[in-house]
Design a protein around this ligand. Structure first.
Ligand code: ZN
Length: 282
């Protein structure tokens, strides 16, 4: 029963995330890049401002305002066969994918941490990761408005752990040393590594967005979490690049690719396979 209530509640969050994932990049892309870079990246997010700015959900094709029953998470998209109810144009699968991922995130958080402060925190963080991943896939950027709060609040959290030195029952059962290593030392190492890589190879290693994301996760979940997220994420990214290269018959490792979603994937693998690190207090 708990799981059903959580699934319903989180599907609504997922529906909202889906609409943000469409609107935010279209509204802010010009602040993130100048036009020349956009051309080079091949990012084209032309959209009708009335659709992006409207407080209602509109179909991007026919601009019809969608009714509430067109917006029921997961069900509406499935029943309408992924098409607009009015003009039958295709609706991006992003909505149902984001809704399903959000539901899974909430169920996983509940499974690991039970009904607790940690559950809400983990669910909020995972929701942010879903939105960040979607934006990274579309625009090759992990936006600061997600990574910086994660990092900022995470460093405050580490500081509190340090000052309380073990008296606090932390939501993710971290020690401050663990958080400090994950949030500061590992990312610092990556910055140096990335700098050397750029010097030697003349192209960018890690994006700063990736490092901010890893640092934020490090503060909240500790050294093991970022190490595993980074390792699993890198292996997955390389495999993905090899498979895509083989499928398209050309090298794609050298071109831009979004690394954020792979870090998030690695982090989720960590949550699934190493939950003991998280739930020692529960
Ligand atoms: Zn339509």
């Amino acid at each position: 029963m708990d799981y059903i209530i959580i699934a319903i509640f989180s599907s609504l969050v997922g529906s909202y995330l889906g609409s943000l994932s469409y609107r935010i990049p279209r509204k802010y892309i010009e602040q993130w890049y100048d036009e020349e870079d956009l051309g080079e990246l091949g990012v084209n997010l032309q959209a009708d401002p009335t659709v992006v700015e409207s407080k209602w959900s509109l179909c991007p094709q026919c601009k019809q305002r969608l009714k509430w029953f067109h917006l029921i998470p997961v069900l509406s998209w499935t029943l309408l066969g992924g098409r607009c109810a009015y003009c039958k144009s295709r609706i991006s699968p992003r909505y149902i994918i984001i809704e399903l991922l959000t539901i899974l995130s909430a169920l996983l958080s509940y499974y690991i941490l039970g009904f607790s402060v940690g559950f809400f925190l983990l669910f909020i963080i995972l929701s942010g990761m879903i939105l960040a991943s979607s934006i990274d896939i579309e625009c090759f950027i992990l936006p600061d408005f997600i990574t910086l709060p994660l990092l900022g609040f995470g460093s405050v959290y580490t500081l509190i752990l340090f000052l309380k030195a073990g008296y606090l029952e932390a939501p993710f059962s971290q020690t401050w040393i663990n958080s400090f290593f994950g949030g500061v030392l590992l990312p610092l190492f990556l910055i140096i590594f990335s700098w050397l890589f750029t010097k030697i190879r003349g192209k960018e290693g890690f994006g700063m967005g990736d490092i901010k994301l890893l640092s934020g996760l490090g503060f909240w979940f500790g050294f093991q979490a970022v190490l595993i997220a980074l390792t699993v994420g890198s292996v997955a990214a390389i495999l993905n690049a090899l498979i895509l290269s083989a499928a398209r018959g050309r090298q794609i490792l050298s071109s831009y690719f979004p690394f954020g979603p792979f870090i998030v994937l690695g982090f989720v693998i960590y949550l699934i396979f190493f939950p003991a690190f998280l739930s020692l207090n529960h």
